[in-house]
Write a protein that binds this ligand. Structure first.
Ligand code: PMP
Length: 429
């Protein structure tokens, strides 16, 4: 397999782009080598600029849940393009997408569209503060909530990949109201409430994908919600990754928990830049123009992006692929575990619905500390062997693999062959 054109573009890209990427998770820093440049995608596969084809388990870090260039999404977006791209005034598509979203999340009477998951969370946190009149927010170590200053502490995702404890350029004052708790550990939340009386709420990835996949144990989320209610604090569900992916109604539908504020992104735009935050009426009435919490956006509710979201969610609802996702993930899990056993490699696989990933470690992975016991050198060997055998994975131990409904039985056979070669390579380290 040759990567000649990718290498040329990487060198060219370094001149005017930082590290030749527009998001650090796309750099291959922790696996070594240079990032691949992608030319096109179709269904379950993508092709790089050298003509190498891969089964895509990155899927733009989640949004491409129907696979690439789905016919119905293309048609919906093409129709919207014919009418104009942006008006700075309201369009009907915003109302259509808002209804789809609010119908899917019972805790959302109203929604506000923004342009990214980061914006959704910035606004969701501001809303929690505005509604409660309190300043402090608890987050869990290893959860990533976008790159807003106040939550760039103990964040997973790219920071975990680059072994950064936080970001430079974030003033101390910006994080002074952020408290850190341990995922799956309610006691670590209670400790903060015993020490502080100005906690607005807790933000959580209800199924975590940003320290690798980490699953809420037992009744963690239900108990967390009950506890917060007793304290008059809000539960902010960051469902940027899980919204419409874990279930149509997100992790909340799957786990039977209703958050006070929900943040969405990724799948909601089907590959176009859309984020959203929403809540019940009494909370959303805080937001301008109804209330005093200001939040705005020139391109928010962009008609083309709304069309991408409407077409994606309409088709997703029709397909209802969630059982199929579970089956496919279970099959891939079995392939990973059996192959690891065959080659005597220590491996833990965490999966929930269409999100999964293996950790090269022993024991269990239920929080960030346990996730960090994973051997990232083994992951790097595994990653490159998978690439060379036609499977595109996130270039990090701490990012989830995603499934699309376009994945076929043939693709899974190809993944099994690649896993065999990759695990053999790891065993020879
Ligand atoms: N929250 C979560 C849970 C995420 O996974 C991400 C992105 N991976 C974000 C927020 C930020 O979204 P975006 O990259 O669209 O700004």
């Amino acid at each position: 397999m040759k990567f000649k054109r990718s290498e040329e573009l990487y060198k060219e890209g370094l001149v005017h782009l930082v590290g030749a990427v527009n998001s650090p998770v796309r750099a291959f820093t922790s696996v070594g080598g240079n990032p691949l440049f992608i030319k096109k995608g179709h269904g379950s596969k993508i092709t790089d600029v050298d003509g190498n084809e891969y089964i895509d388990l990155v899927l733009s870090y989640g949004p491409m849940i129907l696979g690439h260039r789905h016919r119905k999404v293309r048609r919906g977006v093409a129709k919207a393009l014919r009418s104009g791209y942006s008006f700075g005034a309201s369009t009907e598509n915003e109302i259509i997408l808002a209804k789809i979203v609010c119908d899917a999340f019972p805790g959302m009477d109203k929604v506000r569209f923004v342009n990214s998951g980061t914006e959704a969370v910035i606004s969701g946190v501001r809303l929690a503060r505005s509604f409660t009149g309190k300043d402090k927010i608890i987050k869990f170590a290893g959860c990533y909530h976008g790159h807003q200053d106040s939550l760039l502490v103990a964040a997973g995702s790219g920071l975990a990949t680059l072994s950064l404890p936080g970001s430079k350029g974030v003033p101390e004052g910006a994080v002074k109201n952020t408290l850190i708790a341990t995922y799956n550990d309610l006691e670590s939340v209670k400790v903060h409430f015993e020490e502080h009386d100005d906690i607005a709420g807790v933000i959580i990835e209800p199924i975590c994908g940003n320290m690798g996949v980490v699953i809420p144990q037992n009744k963690f989320l239900v108990e967390l919600k009950e506890y917060l209610k007793s304290k008059g604090a809000l539960l902010i569900a960051d469902e940027v990754m899980t919204g419409f992916r874990s279930k149509f109604g997100g992790a909340q539908e799957l786990l039977g928990v209703e958050a006070d504020i929900t943040c969405l992104g990724k799948v909601i735009g089907g590959g176009f830049p859309v984020g959203a935050y929403g809540a019940r009426n009494e909370i959303m009435e805080e937001v301008a123009p109804l209330g005093g919490m200001y939040q705005a956006g020139t391109l928010s509710g962009n008609p083309i992006a709304m069309a991408g979201g409407i077409s994606t969610l309409t088709e997703l609802k029709r397909q209802n692929p969630y059982d199929q996702f579970n089956d496919t993930a279970a099959t891939i899990e079995t392939i990973l575990l059996e192959t690891a056993k065959k080659y005597n490699v220590d491996l833990v696989v965490n999966r929930f619905g269409s999100m999964m990933n293996p950790f090269f470690t022993k024991g269990k992975v239920t929080n960030f500390e346990e996730a960090q016991t994973s051997d990232i050198k083994k992951f790097a060997i595994f990653f490159w062997a998978m690439i060379k055998n036609g499977v595109f994975l996130p270039p990090s131990q701490f990012e989830a693999w995603f499934l699309s409904s376009a994945i076929s039985k043939r693709d899974i056979k190809k993944i099994a062959v690649a896993v065999d070669k990759a695990m053999l390579a790891v065993s020879k380290m």
